[in-house]
Design a protein around this ligand. Structure first.
Ligand SMILES: [Zn+2]
Length: 335
């Protein structure tokens, strides 16, 4: 589809689409992104975060649990931004904070259009405060949540109204890209990022990640739409006993392995790169919050025996991490 026609189709459908979003990155990816970010921290922070890496890894999916399982109505809009609905052209047109955004666009609109970039910046301020006040539980909880939202911002379909491919005749794309592909091929990814760095401009970085993700929407969808035309349904999906596409426990269609493999190859490392960048930026945001809080000493927040017990495991995980692998996530399979 030509770019202009594609955009026109999206705009035309703005007011007719459902605003319900399917799963953010799958459990496998969220777990690995938060755990990877722990390993990417410099040593002044790394041991403290490693002491709590099980919590940070598990907590990586809690924002989705708040949204889906616990039915928290305030949660949904935090996970995405439908840029087309803002008539978005560049970040300079966007208000600085959520308060100003609500004044400009109205709460009802934002409940449908999403507020992800402002949530990331808001969480960043809260994390900085938690570090400044050395509130251990708040640091861990907010850091883990922030990792979730940064990960969501790296899922291209979290930046568009066409979040599940329905507007282009590709339903099920969301879970296919973010859950089934990483579950099938993620073990071969190289996720190593090097150490976290200080971010001079968090607002700019946040909008850059949104822009980069949005830029990938078209290749992500277009690549699959071409494949779809060349493959009958029974080549696209695993078929059930009734000759219909089989579904996973969340009602998402299960794509055939060979189809998934070819699509993954054609994406040329897109999923891997987005996961790696999500890990890197999660670590960068945590590190930047800690620096901005005045680099508080974190070593006295845990009992010595906890740190001593975990040290050899941290060393082992760091060795594996330097080879690009994130160990120790036991994630529930979705596909
Ligand atoms: Zn999410």
């Amino acid at each position: 589809m030509k770019k202009k026609a594609f955009v026109v189709l999206l705009i035309a459908c703005l007011f007719t689409i459902s605003t319900s979003h399917v799963w953010a990155w799958g459990v496998w990816a969220h777990n690995h992104i938060n755990k990877g970010a722990v390993l990417a921290l410099p040593k002044e922070m790394g041991m403290f975060f490693y002491n709590h890496s099980d919590f940070i890894t598990e907590e990586s999916t809690v924002p989705d649990i708040r949204k889906y399982t616990m039915g928290d109505k305030t949660e949904g809009r935090k996970h995405y931004i439908n840029l087309e609905q803002f008539n978005y052209t560049s970040r300079t047109m966007m208000p600085k904070n959520l308060h100003d955004t609500e004044i400009k666009y109205g709460k009802d609109s934002l409940d449908k259009w999403g507020i992800l970039p402002w949530v990331i910046q808001d969480m960043m301020a809260k994390l900085t405060d938690a570090f400044r006040n050395k509130k251990k539980t708040e640091i861990l909880l907010i850091a883990a949540d922030l990792g979730h939202y940064i990960a969501d911002a790296h899922m291209p379909l979290h930046t568009t109204v066409n979040h599940d491919g329905k507007l282009t005749g590709q339903p099920g794309m969301h879970a296919f890209w973010e859950s089934q592909l990483p579950e099938l091929f993620g073990k071969n990814y190289n996720l190593y990022t090097g150490d976290a760095i200080y971010l001079k401009d968090v607002e700019q970085t946040t909008w850059n990640m949104i822009d980069s993700s949005f830029y990938l929407v078209r290749p992500l969808l277009y690549t699959e739409s071409k494949m779809r035309k060349d493959n009958p349904e029974d080549k696209q999906y695993v078929m059930d006993a009734n000759g219909k596409p089989a579904k996973n426990k969340y009602g998402q269609p299960i794509h055939a392995f060979e189809y998934a493999h070819v699509y993954h190859e054609l994406l040329n490392g897109m999923v891997e790169k987005q996961m790696r960048t999500a890990i890197k930026l999660t670590a960068d945001y945590w590190y930047t919050a800690w620096v901005n809080a005045g680099k508080p000493d974190l070593t006295d927040m845990d009992p010595d025996y906890t740190t001593e017990r975990n040290k050899p495991f941290y060393k082992q995980d760091m060795k594996t991490w330097q080879k690009g692998k994130v160990k120790g996530c036991k994630s529930d399979k979705e596909f």
